[in-house]
Design a protein around this ligand. Structure first.
Ligand code: NAD
Length: 323
């Protein structure tokens, strides 16, 4: 009987699909509200044919070795797969899959929620009112920034970046600039967007900058102190991609010194830790890596990860194979 190790509990719908096929499914229930430990991964993967992993699990060569010779597939419950050592998986002949597309709309919505919240100072205003500091309507009370007709810079025009651009253009009549290794003329035509080949040439023109690149060696600290310094003093940074793409210490420093106006972040360089200086600042909005966290989307991610495993077990190529 094929065996699947699920590193942390996921929505029941995915587990049900696997059990309906008659597979033995072992769920690491201990890691309900925390990352799985290395020991749990090394132990759980032994003698298993598939591992259904979460982005908090580091699936390195050592963990993969513990699953050999039975292990065939690592099905990640995320579109990002920077938690998996792809080179090691390739060398060992293991398939790796992800969950692209099903979370695009949800993450784009969350990105927009963050952008609106930082521009209109929603969290800060909420804290202000709850603290009993609201004494009277005031002409200059908690002044924010309009988004309509402003310029949004998208870094990484993939699935999520394009969807954020759609909301910006269709909903807020924003002007969209984008930076990506490859231009997309169809997108430009449809949204009146403009490709900027070099990130450094785009940043000085943006009122909002939203990051949507994968975490790669080439995108680590893509946003650093030098880049913050060429942004507008009035600009906002939004990051719903991966924490290490932003140099978090440098970000805290420039926010404190008001080099840029604010930041809204769903992901952090040293998750789940957050640089303490950031937490003390009012011009920062923090959500704990929940950009894809809706019931609908998490169910779709669970089904997709399970279907990738089923396809592999039945001898077909999983639809979401990472190459
Ligand atoms: P995607 O592959 O469709 O898009 C990524 C885009 O980034 C591509 O267009 C690619 O060409 C571009 N890119 C790569 N390197 C670049 C660089 N150096 N500079 C500029 N552009 C570059 O991926 P997606 O589905 O849109 O997801 C994007 C990322 O969002 C994922 O890799 C994941 O890490 C992150 N994500 C986070 C959450 C969350 O919960 N916060 C949820 C889903 C995805």
């Amino acid at each position: 009987m094929s065996r699947v190790f699920v590193t942390r509990p996921i929505p029941e719908i995915g587990i049900g699909l696997l059990r309906a096929k008659g597979y033995e499914v072992v769920i690491n229930d201990k890691a309900e509200n925390r990352a799985a430990t290395k020991e749990e991964l090394l132990e759980g993967i032994k003698g298993t044919d598939a591992v259904l992993s979460i982005l908090t699990d580091k699936i390195d060569g050592e963990v993969m070795d513990a699953g050999l010779p039975t292990l065939k597939i690592i099905a990640n419950y995320a579109v990002g797969f920077d938690n998996i050592d792809l080179d090691a998986a390739k060398k060992k002949g293991l398939m790796v899959t992800n969950t692209p597309g099903v979370l695009t709309n949800t993450v784009a919505e969350h990105t927009f929620a963050l952008m609106l919240a930082i521009a209109h100072r929603i969290s800060e205003a909420d804290r202000f009112a709850r603290a009993g500091r609201y004494k009277a309507w005031g002409p200059s009370l908690l002044l924010g920034t309009d988004m309509s007709s402003k310029t949004l810079g998208i870094v990484g025009l993939g699935r999520i970046g394009s969807r954020v651009a759609l909301h910006a253009v269709k909903g807020f009549e924003m002007k969209v600039l984008y930076n990506d290794p490859k231009p997309n003329p169809d997108f430009e035509k449809e949204f009146g967007a403009q490709f900027v080949e070099k990130l450094d040439d785009m940043l000085p023109h943006c009122d909002f900058v939203s990051i949507h690149v994968p975490l790669l060696d080439s995108t680590h600290h893509l946003m650093n102190e030098a880049r913050f310094k060429i942004m507008k003093k009035t600009a906002y940074l939004v990051n719903t991609s991966r924490g290490p793409i932003v140099d978090e210490k440098a970000l805290a420093k420039v926010l404190k010194e008001q080099v840029i106006r604010g930041a809204a972040l769903d992901v952090f360089e040293f998750e789940p830790d957050i640089v303490p200086e950031l937490k003390d600042l009012d011009n920062v909005i923090i959500t704990p890596h929940i950009a894809s966290a809706t019931e609908e989307t998490r169910n779709k991610m669970a089904s997709m990860a399970a279907e990738n495993i089923i396809e592999a077990f039945e001898g077909r190529t999983p639809p979401n194979l990472v190459k």
